[in-house]
Design a protein around this ligand. Structure first.
Ligand code: GLA
Ligand code: CA
Length: 790
């Protein structure tokens, strides 16, 4: 009740403040939205029958505290947007099967109405799949309780039935807000970048029907895909096609093929990536203002509609961060995205660049809205944690299980899980082999930490010392986000298959486990027995702190290890000392005047159990980690005795290049060697994507790929590691180092396919921005059944 009152008071306060600023001229009679029509015309969108250029900004309401929604919407409007684009995440609204929740922070209808109140239109993207660096791309974890689950396909009736049911619930919330019904929703998206996953026309059609049946029967439907994939499946003609691409793209090139096939269609970039998301252990991603603004101007000059993804990223609070794979790489808590509006709702250089650009392209009579006030920030003096509760002294009730199982099978969605069993006596050390570890583990014998395993490195084996009979083995696993993109999206957590022990002679599967579940809800964390102590292993830490006033702040976690933080019951997200994110955004509206409570779960021992609140975020401080490089110190690839299967060269055009070999070749290890670059004097190599084509004419699966060697990688100045060549993201790339280091041709990359394959060709995608730096000219391909000599 108290909180509700606070929200209301705050809301009134902000409104009064906005009104007291100069009068907002953009809210003219015309911009009060009371429904109307929206449809496709010849080469343009039609709003109430008149040409309409969509200038949209994407923001995600779960990533913004409800009290701040209005300020963020106003910022988008002030930047020059006339539309807000939103996702819904199915797993956010149906956290337990059949329990739908659209209240409070999850009240999407209230959010869309607020957009309408601000005189803006709305594009809704309900999924059922979203991607968005969100756990499982928005699909609910409980689907995974079905052992043979398949998603985004007609091959799984359960998935289709559940997703239709979810869409129906979305319809109940939002169908009344279709523009034809008096609301502001001008388009609803079907699925999301489906061609990056599948090519079933029938699945897409069934999902379109489900969206319509949910009540979105009047509104214009759309879908989004890529310039290189939009024709992988057919789409019902009533669904508009829009394309997604990144900052600095060549606009004519992006729309070329689509325009040829659809000469009358209006053009829209439905996700113009303003920046990019960050992964734990990888450098903070940025996209320069210049390259970003350049292509935005190109779109404006060509009257191409756009949506900025993200206009404002916000924060992936709680357990909601996703991951990419292969290789497995989880997302950080901040979703700042290097977007025009910073994580705290702050204006940036990019923000003003967009505003300055768009003011030249407004419709007659249209005026840019005023910029709303910035949210205040504050510092919090050092909070010292004196109370702690060691994890192993606070185990919940254990569950017995003969075989090991992933956490979903114990009805746990997120968090940590401890698997315990007894070992036989052994005088000699043995190997413990885990299949598969999702995602990070600490291994203990009789309470003593033996080591840590990390899925990012595909770690799966650890040496266990000699033990007496009945030694207690504990495997404490932390789940760091379900894969949200691509084939690997079925990503159960904990240990998915088995744990074996190998004594040098025989391999035995361990059984008879006691399993302890550590979910992420606040009530669970708060109930432990806290006392004054300094634990040595995984533990909860608790502190109280007093505030005389509240405002936004960034909690500095840099002296802590790996875990999660709850403040006044709010789960504000994950931290991990490896960076690049060192601070957690703490919204002032979730703080209180007077006493506040903070609980930290740290699976490692903090260097110092204290936290200060800062006024500036630290999201770009990476701990350099040589073990992530694909070249060990001193390694040199020896190709002198190898015979290439192909020596050739590429032209300097952008876009995918297909190369077909004369015959098919068999092998498991491939080396791509760049001998020269397109530009004279360019000593670097960059590659956005590499695919190898099987005898069936289709690219072979990348699921088992591993980079064995790359002579040079840029992993500090930018996120240009060698594995970016097979992350299936066209806007990310491998680049040889451009700051210091060895930057001379030849540049080589060696990939282990994980199994012997037969290949008939390759596909190469040069970097997808306008820059030609590093673009490959002459190259050689080597293929072998056995590893290359290093
Ligand atoms: C794609 C998806 C989005 C998001 C971006 C990357 O375009 O459609 O949901 O994942 O990639 O940020
Ligand atoms: Ca890539």
């Amino acid at each position: 009740m108290k909180r509700i009152l606070l929200v209301i008071l705050l809301g009134i306060g902000l409104n009064a403040f906005a009104q007291s600023q100069t009068q907002d001229k953009s809210i003219t009679k015309n911009s009060i939205i009371t429904g109307g029509s929206f449809s496709l015309g010849k080469n343009e969108f039609l709003l109430n029958g008149k040409p309409f250029l969509i200038r949209a900004g994407e923001i995600h309401f779960p990533r913004i505290p409800r009290e701040y929604w209005d300020q963020r919407i106003k910022l988008c409007k002030a930047m020059g947007m006339n539309t807000i684009c939103i996702y819904l995440f199915w797993n956010y609204h149906e956290q337990e099967q059949d329990k739908f929740d659209f209240a409070g922070q999850k009240d999407v209808a209230a959010f869309v109405k607020l957009i309408q109140k601000n005189g803006m239109y709305c594009i809704v993207r309900p999924g059922p799949y979203a991607c968005a660096e969100w756990d499982m791309g928005g699909l609910p974890w409980w689907l995974l309780k079905k052992k043979d689950l398949k998603v985004r396909t007609l091959d799984d009736a359960f998935f289709m039935e559940r997703s239709a049911k979810y869409l129906k619930e979305v319809g109940k919330q939002l169908a009344p807000l279709q523009i034809q019904n008096g609301g502001n929703i001008i388009m609803v998206q079907v699925e999301n970048e489906y061609a990056a996953f599948g090519n079933s026309t029938e699945y897409m059609e069934a999902t379109r029907k489900n969206v319509k049946a949910a009540g979105f029967d009047k509104v214009q439907l759309m879908r989004c895909d890529w310039a290189s994939t939009f024709d992988y499946y057919k789409v019902n003609p009533e669904v508009a096609t829009t394309l997604n691409f990144g900052a600095g793209s060549d606009i004519d090139k992006q729309f070329k093929a689509f325009k040829e096939q659809n000469p009358d269609a209006p053009l829209m970039c439905s996700e113009y990536w303003t920046g990019w998301f960050d992964n734990w252990g990888r450098p903070h991603e940025t996209r320069s203002v210049n390259s970003f603004i350049g292509s935005l101007k190109d779109m404006m000059d060509r009257k191409i509609s756009f949506s900025l993804y993200m206009a404002h990223g916000g924060t992936t609070f709680g357990q909601w961060g996703g991951a990419n794979s292969p290789p497995y790489s989880a997302m950080v808590t901040s979703y700042d995205y290097n977007a025009p509006i910073g994580e705290q709702g702050n204006t940036t250089d990019k923000f003003f660049a967009v505003r300055d650009l768009l003011k030249n392209y407004l419709n007659p009579g249209e005026v840019l809205a005023d910029i709303p006030a910035q949210m205040p920030l504050m510092e919090i003096p050092k909070i010292k944690f004196t109370q702690a509760a060691p994890l192993f002294q606070n185990l919940p009730l254990g569950k017995k299980s003969v075989d090991i199982k992933p956490m979903e099978m114990f009805n746990q969605g997120w968090g940590r899980i401890n698997y315990r069993t007894n070992l036989k006596a052994s005088a000699a050390p043995r190997k413990l082999i885990i299949t598969e570890l999702h995602d990070w583990a600490e291994i203990f014998i009789d309470g003593k930490l033996i080591g840590k395993l990390d899925r990012r490195r595909a770690d799966n084996t650890i040496e266990i010392p000699a033990t007496k009979a009945n030694a207690v083995l504990d495997i404490l696993v932390e789940a760091t986000g379900r894969v949200n993109f691509g084939e690997a999206i079925i990503d159960r957590k904990g240990i998915t298959e088995k744990v074996e022990i190998n004594d040098g002679k025989t391999t035995t599967t361990l059984q008879n486990w006691t399993v302890y579940n550590f979910p992420v809800d606040h009530a669970f964390q708060a109930k432990h027995k806290f006392s004054a102590q300094t634990p040595n292993g995984p533990a909860w830490y608790k502190a109280k702190f007093n505030l005389t006033s509240t405002a936004d702040t960034y909690l500095d976690m840099s002296s802590w290890g790996k875990g999660m933080v709850w403040v006044n019951g709010y789960n504000i997200g994950r931290f991990w000392k490896i960076g690049p994110q060192q601070t957690l955004f703490m919204p002032g509206v979730w703080l209180k005047k007077g006493e506040n409570e903070i609980i930290v779960l740290d699976l490692e021992k903090p260097a110092e159990a204290s936290i200060v609140g800062l006024k500036t975020p630290i999201i770009d401080k990476i701990k350099p980690d040589a073990s992530l490089l694909s070249r060990k110190a001193g390694q040199e690839l020896k190709l002198a005795n190898e015979k290439p299967i192909l020596t050739s060269s590429f032209d300097d055009a952008k876009g995918w290049k297909d190369v077909t070999f004369d015959v098919a070749y068999n092998g498991r290890y491939v080396c791509f060697e760049a001998l020269s670059a397109q530009q004279a004097n360019d000593i670097t190599t960059s590659i956005a994507e590499l695919q190898f084509v099987g005898v069936d004419g289709k690219p072979i699966s990348t699921q088992k790929w591993k980079i064995i060697y790359a002579d040079s990688e840029e992993i500090t100045a930018a996120n240009n590691a060698a594995d970016r060549v097979y992350d299936n993201q066209e806007s990310t790339m491998w680049s040889s180092q451009f700051v210091g280091g060895k930057t001379k041709h030849p540049h080589q990359i060696v990939i282990d396919f994980g199994q012997e394959v037969s290949i008939k060709g390759l596909r190469y995608l040069p970097r997808s921005d306008k820059s030609k730096n590093g673009m490959v000219k002459e190259y050689r391909i080597y293929l072998k059944a056995t590893p290359f000599q290093l």
